[in-house]
Design a protein around this ligand. Structure first.
Ligand SMILES: NC(=O)c1ccc[n+]([C@@H]2O[C@H](COP(=O)([O-])OP(=O)(O)OC[C@H]3O[C@@H](n4cnc5c(N)ncnc54)[C@H](O)[C@@H]3O)[C@@H](O)[C@H]2O)c1
Length: 270
């Protein structure tokens, strides 16, 4: 999709970070923006900012971890708007650094519900209407942690590998339709992802450490994603770190573990 003017675009997780900046930039390009988020306040802020600049935006509080809320939103949205041209499955959450067996069951379930089931249910809800459009795009946000698996991030990696597998398999199924399917793999992006996460250890310390290693701004990340879509890219790596990690994973598909374990110890065990 090269031109977003008058396209109807749903962005989940539009209240912060990459979702918010995708919403701003696509509204600037003349799209009609529909944002969802669990955080009513930040969601409203994004909506108001777009409207104050003359753009079109509506917001809906939807918990991406709730199947029932996703399908209720679909009914309401399609009754009012009839169709959607682009769906960004962007909403996501993280857990702070924690060894797998220390993760509480409820948190494991929550991160899988939001990051994996949220993407699956939103896709199932809106795919028929995407397929009915002359040109449509499905954009699912995985992570570099959908390319490499790392210690203390087992639940997050599980969900992001799932998003990648789901997206790549679905892409093949949809290859004879008008729906282009992209999987986004951001590296470290300066957003609220660490601050918004569930933490077992010092949350502020981990969020600050994350800010140190996150090298791309949310604004730049959104531009990279939009440019990727315009070029029809199916795998969108966001940031030089993402490009490097992707290469390392292909050069050393098993041995990358040792390298990243060493980096992790150097960086975080100060
Ligand atoms: N920031 C990074 O370094 C990074 C790296 C790789 C992947 N990602 C992924 O990018 C996506 C966007 O994250 P971000 O970095 O902009 O973080 P962010 O925290 O700034 O934004 C995420 C948004 O998702 C919303 N959200 C969280 N749980 C939700 C739920 N249950 N229902 C609805 N909305 C919910 C949050 O309220 C927030 O507004 C996520 O899927 C994240 O996993 C981020």
């Amino acid at each position: 999709m090269k031109n977003f003017k008058d396209k109807k675009i749903i962005i989940t997780g539009g209240g912060s970070g990459m979702g918010r900046h995708l919403a701003y930039q696509l509204a600037n390009e003349g799209a009609e923006i529909f944002i969802t988020d669990i955080n009513a306040q930040t969601l409203k802020e994004t909506e108001q900012e777009i409207i104050s600049k003359g753009g079109k935006c509506k917001s809906y509080v939807v918990d991406s971890g709730s199947e029932q809320q996703i399908y209720a939103f679909k009914e309401k949205f399609l009754a009012e708007e009839k169709y959607v041209d682009v769906l960004f499955n962007n909403a996501g959450m993280a857990l702070g650094e924690i060894e797998f067996m220390e993760v509480k069951d409820e948190h494991l379930k929550k991160i899988i519900d939001v990051n994996m089931w949220g993407v699956i249910h939103f896709t199932r809800a809106f795919l028929p209407t995407l397929i009915s459009r002359p040109e449509a795009h499905l954009v699912n946000t995985s992570s570099v942690f959908g390319i490499i698996g790392v210690r203390t991030q087992v639940p997050y990696c599980t969900t992001k590998f799932a998003v990648r597998g789901f997206t790549e398999a679905l892409r093949m199924e949809l290859s004879d339709t008008n729906v282009t399917v992209s999987c986004v793999h951001p590296g470290g992006i300066k957003t609220n992802i660490a601050r918004n996460g569930i933490h077992y250890k010092d949350g502020d310390k981990s969020a600050n450490q994350f800010d140190e290693v996150a090298i791309t701004t949310a604004e730049d990340a959104a531009t990279i994603i939009i440019n990727g879509i315009k070029k029809g890219k199916e795998k969108i790596l966001v940031g030089v770190d993402a490009k490097l990690i992707d290469k390392i994973a292909r050069w050393f598909p098993v041995k990358y573990s040792g390298l990243f374990k060493w980096i992790h110890e150097k960086k975080f065990k100060k």
